[in-house]
Design a protein around this ligand. Structure first.
Ligand code: GRF
Length: 226
């Protein structure tokens, strides 16, 4: 049975694309019921339409409060029949009421190794700081920003020559692999939150890609197809 999901975006939607691709490859057992953007010009909307997905633009500035904006999204998501919410570059902070509407069913991807570098434009922050490693994190969403229990992380090297752009692209390539994997585990009911930790039932061991061009550590490991 495919997990019915809503994907929330604000921009390019490359993570949305990776989710669409894995669904079409029948590796990810999810069904995108609706793609919601708070920006009418988000390129992710074009991607969604190319795959005949339902799209909705809900512009936050048309609402007098965060609560009203979020309730409008909750209505659309529920009416579309989605049970889980996938934040894929969605640049708004969600209210407690939104989070409580989908308990333990909201995921986010963040382009850093949390809890380091929460917030925005973190690829440039990490590059400028001179870290030797950065990466990406998929986590459950709770009421604090970039804070919920961590499902999977991928670590990539950062180089002295990096800026936010080059490091960000290296990270993004792994976002596209770990996010569909995490969603598949959610779809299969294999994630159990225990306090701050997430147990992934029968997960593979650490995945190591040791090649020179795109080295990475991924924990838990990726399953075939991801
Ligand atoms: C990604 O780097 C993601 O980690 C962050 O926002 C960016 C979205 O990129 N939350 P895209 O719209 O999926 O291409």
């Amino acid at each position: 049975m495919a997990l019915p999901i809503a994907v929330l975006i604000s921009g390019s939607g490359s993570n949305l694309q990776s989710i669409i691709d894995k669904i079409e490859q029948k590796v990810l057992h999810a069904e995108i019921k609706v793609v919601i953007s708070n920006k009418p010009d988000a390129y992710g909307l074009t991607r969604a339409k190319k795959h005949n997905l339902r799209t909705e633009v809900i512009e936050h500035q048309n609402f007098s409060s965060r609560e009203d904006f979020d309730q409008a999204m909750v209505r659309v998501i529920k009416e579309a029949g989605a049970e889980a919410v996938i934040l894929a570059g969605f640049m708004r902070i969600l209210t407690p009421a939104f989070i409580q509407a989908f308990p333990n069913k909201i995921l986010n991807i963040h382009p850093a190794i949390l809890p380091s570098f929460p917030g925005v434009r973190v690829q440039a922050q990490a590059a400028d700081y001179g870290v030797r490693f950065s990466g990406c994190t998929v986590h459950f969403v709770d009421e604090k920003m970039d804070n919920g229990p961590i499902i999977i992380q991928a670590v990539v090297p950062a180089y002295v020559s990096d800026d936010g752009q080059s490091l960000g692209q290296r990270i993004l390539n792994w976002e596209h692999r770990i996010y569909p994997q995490a969603i598949e585990w959610l779809a299969q009911g294999r994630l159990k939150i225990v306090g701050r930790k997430v147990e992934v039932r029968d997960c593979p061991p650490v995945f190591v890609q040791a090649d020179e061009t795109a080295p990475a550590f991924v924990n838990p490991g990726l399953e075939p197809g991801f």
